[in-house]
Design a protein around this ligand. Sequence first.
Ligand SMILES: NC(=O)c1ccc[n+]([C@@H]2O[C@H](COP(=O)([O-])OP(=O)(O)OC[C@H]3O[C@@H](n4cnc5c(N)ncnc54)[C@H](O)[C@@H]3O)[C@@H](O)[C@H]2O)c1
Length: 361
Amino acid sequence: MEVTRVPVSLGERSYDVVIGERLLGEMREFAEAEKPTSSFIVTDTNVGPLHADVVQNAVVANEVFTVPAGENSKGIEQLARLYDEVFAARQVDRHSLVFALGGGMVGDLAGYLAATLLRGIRYVQVPTSLLAMVDSSVGGKTAINHAAGKNLIGAFHQPAAVFCDLHFLKTLPEREYVSAIAEIIKTAALSGDELMSLLEASADKLAAREVDSLQRVIEACVRFKAQVVAEDEVEVTGRRATLNLGHTLAHVIETAFPERYLHGEAVAIGTAAALRLSVERAKLDPEVATRVVALFGRFGLSTVVPENLEAARALEIMEADKKRTGHVLRFVVLSELGEAGALPCRLDDALAATLLGRSHA
Ligand SMILES: NC(=O)c1ccc[n+]([C@@H]2O[C@H](COP(=O)([O-])OP(=O)(O)OC[C@H]3O[C@@H](n4cnc5c(N)ncnc54)[C@H](O)[C@@H]3O)[C@@H](O)[C@H]2O)c1
């Protein structure tokens, strides 16, 4: 299949997301045209040994900096280490270029590094996880975590380019791959019938990582995200916030059961919950909810809230949500496939019963 380019149109911050298999030639051309004074790759201990060499050769990067794999590296400690290493290498100036080679963790960390080095230098996203290809590498949100919460320290800093090389997905662990499909299905619910139908028609091929199907699906997700980001780059109109469909209950589940669920697995459960809420309070046709839940099922993604999550505990976690106003939290709901909005909901037993999928006495 041909290489595709999806433009992210943001005036002088515009860039292309390049999607295809084996993009080293495209990366080389880009690096040659940029003519950076120096360039370095940030990666993690899983991805680095597998893929950093070829990328370094292609883009002629001076250094490869490697952080331990895992969400724990997305914090001030590894960021400080990276600043130390970059300055010790004495090669960074305003025309240096950073390559973020890895999943969303590396993308967010290296993106924030680039946003803050010398008040902001250019960087390139080279996502290697499916989640990073369809979501985190596009849109310029960069951040690190703090003990007080995830992504609390960050900046909007758009990349200069994104290269989604499907070849990298060959080494992605199965559970990470399937978990990212949950975010893709969430995107389909938000974007409408076209992507839903594409996923339904190509579910088996997608599960088998068939390259043509993957490219089509990644392209559709990136096009959708690019459009949302172009409409609401820094999250002021509420349009970009609709991408958080299913994320409130996902956050509850991840908080109540640390380490048990991958983010996408929690998003599958959270999206099904948000659709129950949509049926009840936003007039969503129940058949749409059933259709989306069935699609999760085709990839073996559970949409059932764990039995031992009690309503009181779920409400307690939502009460601690920073986005809450009084006892009200805004939920992303669908009125129909592809039509999302925000619905303020009182944090009470009735809400918990709907979200958890249990009857309310
Ligand atoms: N900036 C945004 O808009 C945005 C959006 C969504 C998520 N995120 C962030 O993204 C992160 C999650 O991203 P993720 O799911 O990619 O997690 P991740 O980066 O931790 O990657 C998941 C695991 O897969 C490994 N991996 C990645 N690519 C691989 C490959 N090709 N071969 C072998 N192993 C590979 C990683 O080393 C890691 O162990 C979170 O920090 C989240 O906050 C950011």
